[in-house]
Design a protein around this ligand. Structure first.
Ligand code: PA5
Length: 447
C-alpha cells in the first residue's frame, strides 16, 4: 500500500490476515453507505469531501482575518468545548514548543484555552494572567448556547472590554458559529465581530478542518495550508476507488471490528511523544461519541508512553484481556540529542552513551509492543513520518474516515450524540433553568 500509515502485522497472531480480508464485503458496504449517504446521520457527511473542497480563497480569508490578532496578542484564548476545541488543541500542542514561546515563536500568540470545563479556580487564574498580557479571543460554538463556553465568553468579553475598551475588544474577538442560529451568531452580528461559519452538515467532532480548527490554528501561526494538503492526500487514499486491501481507513475499520467481535472491547491509543497527548483526547471524542451507542462500541482509552508504562503498564501487560492498542509512531523527531558518556557510570547507562534519545524511545516502543503481543494485547501501528502539519492533516482525516465506516459496521449512527444531553437536562433542572420544571420535580422526588 503506497504511503500507507497502517501496519497490522502484530494483529495477525490474534486475527488471521485472511479473517480481516474476509470482512471486505461488509466493510465496503459500510463505506458505500457512508459515501452514498444512505445511512443514519446522512445529514452530517459534509466532512467526507471537505479537504478537496476547501478553496484557496477560503484559506486566504482566514489568514487575513486573523492577521491583526497575530500581531497584537501575546495570547489567543480559544473558547470552546468538545468538537469545538479538541481538534485545534491537538494540532497546536503537537506542532509547538512544549514550554511555550521560545525565541523562534516570539512573534506569535500562544494558544490557551477556556470554556472547556466549569472550573472557577481555572477561570479566576486565567483572568489573573490576562490582566497582565495582551490577548485576543476566538470563540467557537456551533449551537452558540453550550454552557461551558457561554460562561467563559461572557466573563472574558467583559474582561477584554474593560482592559482595552469596547471598540478594540470588538477587533480582538473572532467568532466561529452557525450561519444563522444561536446566541453567538446574534452577538457577532450585533457587535460586528469577524465571524466564520461552521457548515450545517459537519458535526463538532468532525469539524477540525472547518474554521473551527483552521481559524484558531492560523491565528497562532500554524501552517493551515499544509494541514489541509495532508488531509487532501488522505482523502484520496481513503477514496472508495482504492481497493480494500490498500485502503488504510477501510482496513483499520475492519481490523478494529474484527478485534471487537473477538472480545477486545477497549482500544488504547498509544503515543511515545507527549506532544501527541491532545491528539489522543481528540481521537477519544471522535470514536467515543461516534460509536458508544445502543450498548455497543469500543471504549477509546489512551496512554502517553513511556510515562504510563510506569502506571498503567502492569494492567496492559497482565490485566483483563479485553484490550488492543493502536500506536501512533513518529518516525523522525523535530530535534536531535544524544546521551552523554560519564566515566563514573553510577547510573549504569553508559551502554546508551552517544545514542540518540529517540533511538532509546524507539526501542522502548518496539520492546513494549512485543511484550504486549506476548501478553495478549494486539497491536496496530500507525506511522507518522514527522510531527508536521501535513502529517497531522493526513492522520486527522484517516481517523475520521475510518470512524464513519467502523460505526456503520457496528450498526449504529456514527454521526449523532443523543447521550450527551442526559447530564445537561439534570444540570439545568438542578439550576432551575426555565423550561425544566418537570425534570426538576422528578429529580426532587429521587433525592
Ligand atoms: O461533537 C459534538 O457535537 C460536541 O462535542 C460539540 O462539539 C460540543 O458539545 C460543543 O458544542 P457547540 O459547538 O455547539 O458549543
Amino acid at each position: 500500500m503506497q504511503n500507507s500509515p497502517l501496519d497490522l502485522s502484530k494483529v495477525f497472531s490474534f486475527i488471521a490476515e485472511k479473517e480481516i480480508l474476509q470482512l471486505e464485503n461488509e466493510t465496503l458496504k459500510a463505506q458505500r453507505t457512508m459515501y452514498e449517504g444512505t445511512g443514519a446521520g446522512n445529514n452530517f457527511l459534509g466532512w467526507i469531501r471537505l479537504p478537496s473542497r476547501i478553496s484557496e480563497q477560503h484559506l486566504t480569508d482566514i489568514e487575513e482575518a486573523v492577521s491583526q490578532l497575530k500581531k497584537n496578542s501575546e495570547f489567543m484564548v480559544l473558547i470552546g468545548i468538545g468538537g469545538s476545541y479538541l481538534g485545534a488543541r491537538a494540532v497546536y500542542e503537537a506542532l509547538t514548543h512544549t514550554f511555550g514561546s521560545p525565541a523562534t515563536q516570539a512573534d506569535l500568540p500562544r494558544m490557551i484555552f477556556a470554556g472547556h470545563h466549569i472550573s472557577e479556580d481555572y477561570t479566576y487564574e486565567l483572568c489573573e494572567i490576562l490582566d497582565h498580557h495582551s490577548y485576543s479571543i476566538v470563540s467557537i460554538s456551533k449551537s452558540g448556547t453550550t454552557t461551558e463556553p457561554a460562561i467563559a465568553f461572557r466573563i472574558l468579553k467583559e474582561h477584554l472590554e474593560k482592559k482595552v475598551g469596547k471598540q478594540e475588544a470588538g477587533e480582538r474577538i473572532v467568532v466561529v458559529t452557525d450561519a444563522n442560529r444561536g446566541a453567538l451568531r446574534q452577538l457577532a452580528d450585533e457587535k460586528g465581530y469577524k465571524s466564520f461559519i461552521i457548515p450545517d452538515n459537519v458535526g463538532g467532532r468532525f469539524s477540525v478542518l472547518t474554521p473551527v480548527g483552521l481559524v484558531p490554528l492560523a491565528a497562532c501561526g500554524i501552517d493551515i495550508r499544509q494541514l489541509v494538503a495532508g488531509s487532501r492526500e488522505m482523502e484520496q487514499m481513503c477514496d472508495p476507488s482504492v481497493p480494500f486491501d490498500q485502503n488504510p481507513a477501510a482496513l483499520y475499520a475492519a481490523s478494529r471490528n474484527a478485534l471487537y467481535r473477538s472480545g477486545k472491547k477497549i482500544e488504547i491509543l498509544v503515543n511515545y511523544n507527549p506532544k501527541l497527548h491532545y491528539f489522543s483526547e481528540w481521537w477519544k471524542q471522535l470514536f467515543g461519541e461516534s460509536e458508544g451507542k445502543q450498548g455497543k462500541g469500543i471504549y477509546p482509552a489512551s496512554v502517553d508512553n513511556s510515562t504510563d508504562l510506569h502506571s498503567l503498564g502492569q494492567y496492559i501487560q497482565e490485566g483483563e484481556r479485553i484490550l488492543f492498542e493502536t500506536v501512533i509512531s513518529v518516525e523522525e523527531t523535530t530535534h536531535r540529542m544524544t546521551i552523554p558518556e560519564e566515566p563514573a557510570n553510577l547510573d549504569e547507562i553508559n551502554f546508551m552513551a552517544h545514542k540518540r534519545i529517540d533511538h532509546i524511545n524507539k526501542m522502548a516502543e518496539l520492546g513494549t509492543a512485543m511484550a504486549h503481543v506476548d501478553g495478549g494485547v494486539p497491536n496496530i501501528r500507525i506511522s507518522l513520518p514527522a510531527l508536521n502539519a501535513f502529517s497531522l492533516g493526513r492522520l486527522l482525516y484517516f481517523f475520521e474516515n475510518a470512524c464513519g465506516i467502523s460505526g456503520y459496521m457496528m450498526g449504529i449512527n456514527p454521526f449523532n450524540q443523543p447521550g450527551v444531553e442526559a447530564y445537561k437536562r439534570n444540570m439545568f433542572a438542578l439550576l432551575e433553568k426555565p423550561g425544566f420544571e418537570e425534570e426538576a420535580r422528578q429529580i426532587r422526588s429521587r433525592m
